[in-house]
Design a protein around this ligand. Structure first.
Ligand code: ZN
Ligand code: ZN
Length: 359
């Protein structure tokens, strides 16, 4: 049912864009449209056919998972198997995912097009499937909620027991193993634990540094349920933080809560970003918030919509995305607070809900 609905939506876009068929190569898009979770294969979709091509390793799995698709076993180069399929589809304008297709595959594609009788033009398309993926249905939302609950539990169960002296790597492993033991599939990204000055790097890798009292400790993690991810950051301090920590923490939290309370359906990504950026700028830390406010989360850890300067993504009900302002001060450290939220009836409903105390 869901897959047929998604195909129908895509086919509407094909009509609007005057494409006869589309070749889908991007992994999450392939999974989203077909249900096939294998790591190799193409979808070839026209108004009346939906074909999944894959090699012998995945044929059985594809047949089981992608019941709305004709599964065709392929072997060897694209230049061998694609021309006969295209001839059968009477394609004149073929869309392909220009962002995903490597140059060598593109060169093969242009060769293929030359071989097929009749004129075929290749059209690079962007964000077709991504824009469909941005709005989640109920089944997707359930996975996202479960993933959020697992990452919340990791923070709430593991952090209270953390003592000074534990290394960033040890803490990252405790959090990761907690999530895996509690139902997460392979994590969407490596857990970030960054302490003291290391937390000034928004995407620091955990090191052997021992965590001390009175310094910021930034923890960013996500769980994976059914291929859907959560994404949450908390910044804590063991013992009493210094005045800088308290001040910065309150500004970042204020920026996050302001954005969550005031964002609205119909705003574009830049406008949402500004809601939080203004709070941080008014406090004098504009230069210390170098990344965008947030990003969509789903089958990918970063997807549509993008919230940041120059983002034209427009917020719609059903979108799931993060709100993650941060302030980073070189030499001292940083504070980021991130939640994954769902936009419902015009308002942001937090999916991640681990407490935001400054402990
Ligand atoms: Zn994150
Ligand atoms: Zn994030």
């Amino acid at each position: 049912m869901i897959m047929s609905y998604r195909l129908e939506k895509l086919r509407q876009i094909l009509v609007e864009e005057e494409l006869d068929a589309i070749l889908i190569s991007q992994g999450e898009n392939r999974r989203y449209l077909s249900g096939f979770t294998g790591s190799a294969g193409f979808l070839l979709i026209s108004q009346d056919r939906a074909i999944l091509t894959t090699d012998s390793r995945y044929v059985e799995q594809a047949q089981a998972e992608a019941s709305t698709f004709e599964v065709i076993r392929i072997q060897g180069a694209l230049s061998k198997w694609l021309p006969p399929l295209l001839s059968g589809l009477y394609t004149q304008r073929l869309g392909f995912e220009g962002r995903d297709v490597p140059f060598l595959t593109y060169r093969e594609l242009t060769g293929v097009v030359g071989e097929v009788s009749g004129e075929i033009s290749l059209v690079s398309i962007e964000e077709f499937v991504e824009s469909l993926r941005a709005v989640k249905d109920q089944a997707e939302l359930q996975c996202l909620e479960k993933a959020a609950a697992i990452s919340d539990a990791a923070l709430e169960e593991v952090l209270p027991g953390v003592q000074p002296g534990i290394s960033e790597r040890e803490l990252a492993w405790e959090l990761e193993s907690f999530m895996r033991r509690n139902g997460s599939e392979p994590l969407p990204f490596d857990v970030i634990v960054a302490s003291g000055p290391n937390s000034a790097l928004p995407h620091a890798k955990p090191t052997n540094r021992a965590i001390r009292t009175s310094e910021p400790v930034m923890i960013d993690l996500g769980a994976n349920v059914g291929g859907y991810f959560s994404d949450i950051t908390r910044t804590i301090c063991l013992g009493e933080g210094d005045n800088t920590f308290h001040r910065i923490y309150d500004i970042v939290l204020g920026a996050q809560l302001t954005a969550m309370a005031t964002l609205q359906v119909g705003m574009n990504g830049e406008q949402v970003d500004q809601l939080a950026r203004t709070v941080i700028a008014q406090a004098g830390y504009e230069e210390n918030f170098g990344h965008g406010l947030g990003h969509g989360v789903g089958l990918a850890a970063h997807e549509e919509p993008r919230l940041g300067s120059n983002s034209s993504s427009v917020l719609a009900n059903g979108m799931v995305f993060t709100i993650e302002p941060g302030i980073y001060i070189p030499g001292w450290g940083g504070v980021r607070i991130e939640d994954t939220v769902a936009l419902e009836e015009g308002r942001a409903r937090p999916l991640t809900r681990a407490k935001k105390a400054r402990r």
